[in-house]
Design a protein around this ligand. Structure first.
Ligand SMILES: C[S@@+](CC[C@H](N)C(=O)[O-])C[C@H]1O[C@@H](n2cnc3c(N)ncnc32)[C@H](O)[C@@H]1O
Length: 370
């Protein structure tokens, strides 16, 4: 469902506590003109912009379930940097009173404003962009990332790390669980000789490397589908929610520990291996997690679960809606630009539902500095 028009008004139609997860990237301050009245981002000052978004976030807070979470992508810019000046307004030469070339810390200021109105800012993540163009500044490094944030209403909220787990680094030479017998079958995982035939995974880390999307439409502010996928799969239940009270179904996970076989540490230089006090042998624990099933978090016993609801108040080209639909979630989006609303409708027509929930694409990579 698309809420068409200024989100500050259209959001009033949404009932309290009716969405499970919010995924969004707001318009940035004076960076793009979306060509409609009431658009956010064209305020007279950056302080006014932050206050407007923080006030609007109280409506996001109202519509989000108490066990829900919100993912928020927000980039920064510089004092004296490029700026779209709305008609009748002046160029702001010293935003926040800061002279030219200063970082403005918009993401941090925004998060602190959200904390002030009651949100818990749970995490900062970094979206590393491996395919950025070198930027024009010659006196600093090229910027190749954008921060994103995870927020919640309460300390305890729904989060499914297993839905976005990635393959563990050490998958070779695994031995059966500590104290276990070789060739045994534990937790449904099979062993062949000393090798575990299961795929150990690890929790996704907070720096993810995802290429900037080259969407065919002219809406260049769209975030990549793989980023939205991380947010949607972890922030909402793949099994769905109770049809009576909308409480999410939780994943039931069985966990077994295995140790890697002693052997050479592959990423150490040869000389180092020789000098190592215990020779060149090592072992480390790896955890294998397997989904056993799903269970409702309520006692309603109301029958088949229904899809969780994802909400993006700033839909743009519809990335959040496309990914939500593809993973069998319901979605609600707000958008003020008639042009983008048409684009979302067109884009949604071709989306097919992906069956599996652990569907992170290979191009989502963890950064490795070793
Ligand atoms: C940064 S873009 C979102 C991009 C989106 N994440 C995507 O992947 O395409 C911000 C969007 O917010 C919309 N917008 C700006 N002010 C708005 C308002 N007051 N009400 C509703 N939509 C608004 C703009 O038209 C723009 O499409």
């Amino acid at each position: 469902m698309i809420l068409e028009g200024n989100i500050e008004e259209t959001i009033m139609d949404l009932p309290d506590k009716s969405v499970h997860c919010i995924v969004t990237s707001p318009p940035y301050f004076r960076q793009r003109n979306y060509h409609f009245e009431d658009q956010i981002g064209m305020e007279s000052s950056p302080e006014e912009y932050i206050k407007r978004l923080a006030t609007l976030s109280l409506q996001f807070y109202r519509v989000l379930r108490d066990d829900g979470c919100m993912w928020w992508v927000h980039g920064d810019n510089y004092a004296g940097g490029s700026q779209i000046v709305p008609p009748g307004e002046k160029r702001i030469t010293e935003p926040f009173g800061l002279p030219k070339k200063n970082m403005l810390f918009f993401p941090e200021r925004m998060m602190m404003a959200l904390q002030d109105v009651g949100w818990i800012v749970r995490q900062r993540g970094i979206w590393h962009k491996p395919n950025v163009f070198p930027d024009s500044a010659k006196d600093r490094l090229t910027i190749d990332y954008e921060p994103f944030f995870l927020l919640s209403k309460q300390p305890k909220y729904y989060f499914d790390p297993d839905a976005i787990a990635v393959p563990a680094k050490f998958t070779k030479g695994l031995m059966p669980p500590i104290g276990g017998k070789k060739h045994q079958k534990i937790g449904g995982e099979r062993y062949k000789g000393n090798r575990v035939m299961a795929r150990p995974t690890r929790r996704l880390r907070s720096v993810v490397s995802i290429p900037v999307a080259q969407y065919k439409e002219m809406h260049s502010a769209g975030f990549p589908e793989d980023l939205a996928r991380i947010f949607i799969l972890s922030g909402s239940s793949h099994m769905g929610v109770c049809p009576a009270c909308a409480a999410p179904y939780m994943r039931i996970v069985e966990q077994s520990h295995v140790v890697t076989r002693s052997g050479r540490k592959r990423d150490q230089p040869k000389e180092h291996r020789k000098d190592h006090p215990r020779g060149h042998r090592h072992s480390s624990a790896v955890v294998i997690r397997r989904t056993k099933g799903w269970a409702p978090m309520c006692h309603c016993d109301a029958g088949e679960p229904m899809p969780a609801t994802i909400f993006d108040p700033f839909l743009g080209r519809g990335t959040t809606a496309l990914v939500a639909k593809g993973h069998g979630r319901s979605w609600i989006g707000g958008e003020g630009s008639p042009e983008y609303i048409d684009m979302v409708k067109k884009n949604l027509a071709g989306v097919e539902i992906v069956e599996e929930d652990t569907a992170l694409r290979p191009q989502v990579q963890q950064l490795s500095f070793t």
